[in-house]
Design a protein around this ligand. Structure first.
Ligand code: SF4
Ligand code: SF4
Length: 103
């Protein structure tokens, strides 16, 4: 193979690699818990599909073991916790992260 053909072959390979890259978009969530309003009922803990919530060993000013997040990176922003909370203690924010992977 001469030099020109080698260059063409390399360019073709690079082009193929780019075409074989895939993008994954995942949704990640961030929540904010009003711990002073929380009455420690545990409904949000039970409903979280990512199991990122638990009741704290500490108590708030009203003496309740409040909800706290233990694995923030696993939150998918589904908002189940906010919807089920009877006292509207939880706000949910969503963000989309895009990862590029070569296959
Ligand atoms: S938004 Fe969904 S995944 Fe995140 S803490 Fe609430 S219930 Fe769990
Ligand atoms: S559902 Fe609301 S009140 Fe109950 S533990 Fe969770 S944040 Fe607290």
């Amino acid at each position: 193979m001469n030099t020109a053909n080698q260059k063409n072959g390399l360019a073709h390979q690079c082009h193929s690699l780019v075409l074989r890259a895939v993008h994954h978009t995942i949704q990640q969530g961030v929540i904010d818990i009003n711990t002073e309003r929380c009455k420690g009922c545990g409904l949000c803990v039970a409903t979280c599909p990512a199991q990122t919530l638990q009741l704290s060993a500490l108590v708030n000013k009203r003496g309740y073991h409040y909800s706290t997040q233990i694995a923030e990176a696993h939150c998918i922003g589904c908002a189940s916790c906010a919807l089920i909370c009877p006292d509207a203690c939880i706000s949910v924010y969503r963000t989309s992260l895009t990862h590029r992977t070569s296959i």
